[in-house]
Design a protein around this ligand. Structure first.
Ligand code: ADP
Ligand code: ASP
Ligand code: MG
Length: 420
């Protein structure tokens, strides 16, 4: 039987009629080359943001189940239109919602996890000779409700479908030429990586490189799926996510990543007794809020009160506030301060395991730029610094050149494949 290939197109790759037709052509070319083709599509352009905006015009606290009913429509539109465009090119095509495609998730609305892919309907559509379009970013919960998978979730749909079908590769088509040594929109000199290891890509995705959703990389690693992240506007190969043994380049630092959507929460006057931190972070965990960095100041004297700061993603801020309200009262914490204008810059590289001095270079470089470091966290292959959101771009550029990641663009050529 012919091999099955999964192709995923992101929002800007299906943003308007011309781009949908171009994606349809690319999909059809694969079919004509003899593959069975499943294409996973995102919502067009800014559709998901517009849907979120629509909800906020109606209510301050949208019901999560209804939010998912709303958000899941964006991907359906793309798939139906692409199926029409493919039919015009003379091929059979059928579009499926996440639920029809058998994407089964848990019940956490707006950030659901895929539990299983029951791929028989996709298999049947392929057996009947169809190019099969699957709406990304959505599934059906074990309680039979429509769910969505969190921002960027179509990447995870594509990887999960590729795993279920045993596809040799999951191609993620996007608006840049692959995974770069920094976001090419901030650092035009950033270099395209021909390969990147799962470990590094996981750290990159979790520290803000939204080119691949974190969960898609986790899923690919756990299920042995090969991801090829590449441009939807040009033919050249992009970046393949591989095991560490397969990586071809071994620089000290592989990439500089960033995020400008961090909020710092400071609990002031926290009683110095066991159990308070457990209550605070337990409440946040229960609300599904991911806490990133945590710092606690030692109280000056035994029994005195301490301050505690941590960061959360800005999009989780509302849930964090709701979760903390009760705890502050119950635990006798004096007050909470919020700073929503924080960002984070990180350097990621497997080479750092065996080379001391990376942290020193990071701090020196940011110091020279007069960028104040508010919080620091490390893993064996990552160093992250929380800085003010308005200094993030400067910090990324300075670190990218301090670690000698800049590349001179070839003559007459742009340094990157960004096109929007
Ligand atoms: P899609 O709509 O195709 O899913 P996304 O907007 O989610 O695309 O992800 C692609 C974007 O990720 C790029 O336009 C780029 O600005 C951003 N990005 C951030 N960090 C990186 C990086 N290290 N390499 C490539 N792209 C990056
Ligand atoms: N449309 C969704 C989003 O904008 C999912 C995706 O594009 O992957 O986050
Ligand atoms: Mg994306």
């Amino acid at each position: 039987m012919a091999e099955t290939i999964v192709m995923k197109f992101g929002g800007s790759s299906v943003a308007d009629a011309d781009r949908i037709k171009a994606a349809a052509k690319r999909i059809v070319a694969r079919r004509e080359a003899g593959y069975r083709v499943v294409a996973v599509l995102s919502a067009r352009g800014d559709t998901t943001d517009e849907l979120l905006e629509m909800a906020s015009e109606v209510t301050d606290a949208p019901d999560p189940r209804e939010m998912d009913m709303l958000l899941s429509t964006g991907e359906r539109i793309s798939c139906a239109l692409a199926a029409m465009a493919i039919r015009d090119l003379g091929h059979d095509a059928i579009s499926l919602t996440g639920s029809q495609a058998g994407i089964v998730t848990d019940t956490s609305h707006t950030r659901a996890r895929i539990l299983d892919v029951k791929a028989d309907r996709i298999e049947q559509a392929l057996d009947e000779g169809n190019i099969t379009l699957v709406a990304g970013f959505q599934g059906v919960s074990t309680a039979k409700d429509v769910t969505t998978l969190g921002r960027g979730g179509s990447d995870t749909t594509a990887v999960a479908v590729a795993a279920a079908l045993g596809a040799p590769v999951c191609e993620i088509y996007t608006d840049v030429a692959g995974v770069f040594s920094a976001d090419p929109r901030i650092v035009p000199e950033a270099r395209k990586l021909s390969t990147v290891s799962f470990e590094e890509m996981l750290e990159m995705a979790s520290s803000g490189a939204k080119v691949l959703q974190l969960r898609s990389v986790e899923y690919a690693r756990n299920h042995g799926v090969r991801i090829h992240c590449r441009s939807s506007f040009e033919e050249a190969d992009g970046t393949i996510v591989v095991t560490e043994e397969e990586t071809v380049e071994h620089p000290l630092i592989t990439a500089v990543t960033h995020s400008t959507a961090e909020a710092r929460v400071t609990l002031i006057g926290v009683p110095d007794r066991p159990g308070v931190a457990g209550a605070v972070f337990g409440a946040l965990a229960e609300a599904g809020v991911n806490v990133d960095m945590i710092i606690q100041n030692e109280p000056e004297s035994e029994g005195a009160k301490a301050d505690m700061s941590f960061t959360v993603a800005t999009e989780d801020l509302r849930d964090a506030r709701t979760a903390l309200d009760g705890v502050v009262e119950a635990e006798g914490i004096e007050r909470i301060a919020w700073n929503e204008a924080m960002g984070k810059v990180s350097v990621v590289g497997a080479g750092m395991r065996s080379h001391p001095g990376v942290a020193a270079t990071v701090f020196k470089t940011l110091g020279e730029q007069e960028i104040n470091i508010e919080m620091i966290s490390t893993s064996p292959i990552k160093i992250s610094c929380v800085v003010s959101a308005d200094r993030v771009a400067d910090a990324v550029r300075a670190l990218h050149s301090a670690f000698e990641l800049d590349s001179a663009p070839a003559e007459g050529e742009e340094a990157h494949g960004a096109a929007r």
